[in-house]
Design a protein around this ligand. Structure first.
Ligand code: ATP
Length: 513
């Protein structure tokens, strides 16, 4: 646990030191759970967004994008159920006065049991060496099965209690498991209450005529209310999808995990409209497709797993999360939900307008079913960033900090370094920058010894360093150094563009899907 916390602290300080993420309004001591993306962060975030958009919109003939407003007619949120039911169960500790999400306390308790399973696996792997079969061990070891059964029983009871709004039982569960305030160890809890996460605001100048609005808590509703507009103007045929990226706002009860849980964050969502009865097929297909997208970034297949929901939201007939192994354990990164016809039907009812599709093959109207994929851009950023940050022992006994970002996502693709600040080398380096910048985000760096510059670029996540030296003047060649292997090669300046393209090109990465 301590190791995990240390790693997480490193992620936070590295994100700040290298210009990725800053606390919002830091000079005023910040605003809780609100963050700003800095000069490198904004590029990484944009590259992740583009990677998603290319895979979802550009590569699918039957998926189009929109950009709906953050402010929507307030009835939208009545129809969607958010005004009445977008709640999280909160619990206060009477001694520490700290507030928690009751369900998260229980889930974190289960994560600790999972940690014990991991320990058993590690011990056994050591004992059995090459003969170790993890799947078989998990399925047969008595101690592991006992732990797993405990987790399943707890989560199933939590799911049922939340579904039945039995908050007294959620408190009882916390007491029975003897869960203590993680910060102080106190077990003196209040009752569990529901808390609505919507941020309210007002439209209009005068107090008596102003209209109460909400900042959207998800981007999906902007797609549902535009469903027919897009279908008709785009002449879309079912099955088809509408994708969108944009800000969402939630007044989260507890937001202590950096950009994992923020009050203002960005979602990348796609709602896929299908014929009623075919939703299960599409749900399975989108689960598979989305996992492939994640795996294409080569951040380790072991770092992902599906979590099928026990407790289904009021609108869903199936739901699963893709969980990622963050520095604080496996947590939700993306949700895939089969939302039935709940949203479109609710908007029909509240607006009095028909939101139906005329199926020419079937010769009838129906309200389509929806399968959605919903991923938090900031969570994806944290997944990529934390997984890439590594301390590496080198052969000469020293260590280096390297940010092994997938090259396709790296903010800066290459740094151009003149070996010395004289003899015409800076001028050549500048010329290379001028040429490469048409195609790639590149930077120029002449300060400090070249070894230190390499380390700086490693820690910054730059996949290539290009060094201009005295031989360059003679024969128009430079050295190109690879961040991950630290291998250096002598190449002609004219080859640089092709070499970089090969590693950072979206096509070659997405082709792995
Ligand atoms: P959680 O259970 O962690 O609160 P959720 O199930 O409420 O998440 P969804 O409503 O399914 O989340 O939202 C889809 C995605 O949006 C999530 O998978 C997550 O990546 C992202 N997300 C949700 N809430 C936040 C937040 N407060 N900060 C950052 N990202 C978020």
């Amino acid at each position: 646990m301590a190791k995990q916390e240390d790693q997480f602290k490193k992620v936070l300080s590295h994100a700040k030191e290298y210009g990725y993420v800053f606390q919002s309004s830091e000079i005023y001591d910040g605003l809780s759970a609100v963050y700003d993306y800095a000069q490198n962060g904004v590029e990484l975030k944009k590259n992740i967004r583009d990677y998603w958009w290319k895979a979802m919109v550009q590569m699918h003939e039957n998926i189009v994008g929109i950009d709906a407003s953050i402010l929507m007619h307030p009835t939208t949120w009545k129809a969607s159920g958010h005004v009445d039911a977008f709640n999280d169960p909160l619990i206060d500790n009477k001694d520490s006065k700290k507030r928690y999400r009751a369900d998260v306390l229980v889930e974190d308790y289960c994560l600790k049991i999972e940690g014990k399973i991991d320990k058993e696996v590690k011990k056994a792997a050591k004992r059995f060496g090459d003969d170790f079969n993890k799947e078989e061990f998990l399925a047969t070891n008595g101690r592991v099965l006992g732990y797993q059964e405990k987790i399943d029983t707890i989560l199933s009871r939590l799911g049922k209690s939340l579904e039945n709004e039995d908050l007294a039982d959620v408190k009882l569960l916390i007491e029975e498991l003897e869960i203590a305030d993680p910060l102080t160890g106190s077990k003196n809890w209040t009752d569990v209450k529901q808390f609505n996460l919507m941020f309210g605001t007002k439209l209009g100048a005068s107090a008596d005529t102003a209209m109460d609005l909400y900042l959207r808590p998800e981007t999906a509703q902007g797609i549902f209310v535009n469903f027919l507009n897009v279908q008709k103007t785009g002449r879309m045929k079912i099955p088809f999808g509408i994708a969108q990226t944009g800000k969402a706002f939630r007044n989260e009860i507890v937001a202590r995990q950096f950009i994992f849980r923020m009050r203002e964050f960005e979602q990348m969502e796609m709602q896929f409209f299908v014929k009623p009865g075919t939703q299960k097929e599409w749900y399975d297909q989108w689960k598979e497709t989305r996992l492939k997208w994640h795996l294409s970034l080569e951040m380790g297949a072991d770092n992902y797993r599906f979590h099928d929901h026990e407790k289904l939201a009021h609108y869903a007939d199936a739901a699963a999360d893709i969980e990622f192994k963050f520095p604080f354990g496996f947590k939700e990164l993306e949700g895939i939900h089969s939302r039935t016809d709940f949203d479109l039907k609710a908007h029909e009812e509240f607006s009095g307008k028909k939101l139906q599709y005329f199926d020419h093959e079937e010769n009838k109207n129906y309200v389509p079913y929806v399968v959605e994929t919903s991923i938090g851009l900031d969570r994806m950023f944290l997944a990529v960033f934390s997984n890439s940050l590594q301390d590496e022992e080198l052969e000469n006994g020293t260590t280096r900090t390297v940010l092994k970002l997938p090259a396709v996502l790296a903010p800066i693709k290459a740094a151009i370094l003149p070996l010395v600040k004289k003899d015409g080398l800076p001028e050549i380096a500048r010329k290379i920058v001028e040429d490469l910048k048409w195609d790639f985000n590149v930077s120029y760096d002449e300060k400090d010894a070249v070894g230190r510059r390499y380390r700086r670029q490693d820690a910054n996540g730059t996949p290539f360093c290009i060094t201009v030296d005295h031989d360059t003047i003679e024969n128009n060649t430079v050295t190109i150094r690879h961040r991950d292997t630290m291998e250096q090669k002598r190449v002609a300046i004219s080859e640089l563009s092709a070499i970089i393209k090969q590693e950072v090109d979206v096509r070659s990465w997405l082709m792995k899907m």
